[in-house]
Design a protein around this ligand. Sequence first.
Ligand SMILES: *Cc1c(COP(=O)(O)O)cnc(C)c1O
Length: 396
Amino acid sequence: MSTDFTTTRRAFYLPDGVTYLDGNSLGPMPLAARQRVADMMADEWSQMLITGWNKAGWYVQPRLVGDRIARLIGAGAGQVVMGDTLSIKVFQAVSAARVLRPDRRVILSDSGNFPSDLYVAQGLAKAVGAELRVVAPEDVEAAINDDLAVLMITEVDYRTGRRHDMKALTATAHQHGALTVWDLAHSAGAVDVDLLGADADFAVGCTYKYLNGGPGAPAFIWTNPRLAEQAEPILQGWMGHAAPFAFDMEYRPAPGIERMRVGTPPVIAMTALDAALDVWDGVDMAELRARSIELTEAFIAGVEANCPDVTLNSPRDPSLRGSQVSFRHPHAYAVMQALIAQGVVGDFRAPDVLRFGFAPLYNDPSDVARAVDILGKILRSGSWDRPDFHQKAAVT
Ligand SMILES: *Cc1c(COP(=O)(O)O)cnc(C)c1O
């Protein structure tokens, strides 16, 4: 396969004058998504009403869309299901893993994990009498021992872009009898994930970042087929029941991954996501990864040569990075506001991080050159130091 990145770029609406380096937070709108949602409103919801669940296939959409994502993360057909938010999928995966290791009480994670994952694990630990243990990212491997029920790791660190070795950590966890939960929020659509190759146990991820499904797009969950019939979904909703329309009083899990459905899926959002996934049909993940490395390497080299007062906050070795790069600057917030004012959109992460995501589907070397040029000018002139650039908004 040979991926044509000029064609994939044309599949997106990118506002004039904007260099968008924040697709790791919210991907831009695929042109197909706008049309598909309009069609769904006009032809399905309005005309079919309740019959749309069968006639338009809304009911089976969570698994069909899951199959399209499976290919991008090294999983098989019938192994991924969509729904809810990532935080909920984290809860489902970690709780299911914990139930499979009832004699063990430790959930291990690292301090580079996203707070929501840690909060969910803290809440679960409180409810079931488990302990959440958090170590530095570089200490994870050494902290894996026979106390562990679950290793809960986000593969790519949301701030630094540091990428964990999924295969090696999974193998170590298995040697010690623990199960793994991998959060692919910053991996799916960004790097070449191989869940089956790594023999991971559970994986979850969101679809509004590199998969461009739109704000609030549904999340996904994967269970290794070796565990799919044993995994108990602690969040037992009716749509994960073996026979939802029998309306039984007692819960019986649906076969395989379908049991990880909870309630009614967000059909409009899922329709936008389904359309957003069309662009991936022609994409080879190894080529995507190569292109991502090319872009991030060029950006690091450019910034280091042109921009004073910033320090690289991401691993220098591209094999240890995802598809984002961050730099530290003591006034990172104001610097980012100044950049955004000039059309270069990245984001700020507390306390002092400038973060830039590179999505090969629509970012190209011209984006790298423009971002380096404008960042250099802002830093050399000190033009970021204006009162309005220091004003914090609710979402940073
Ligand atoms: C983006 C992100 C989330 C967000 O969770 P939502 O429930 O979708 O808001 C959670 N975990 C990680 C690792 C993330 O990067």
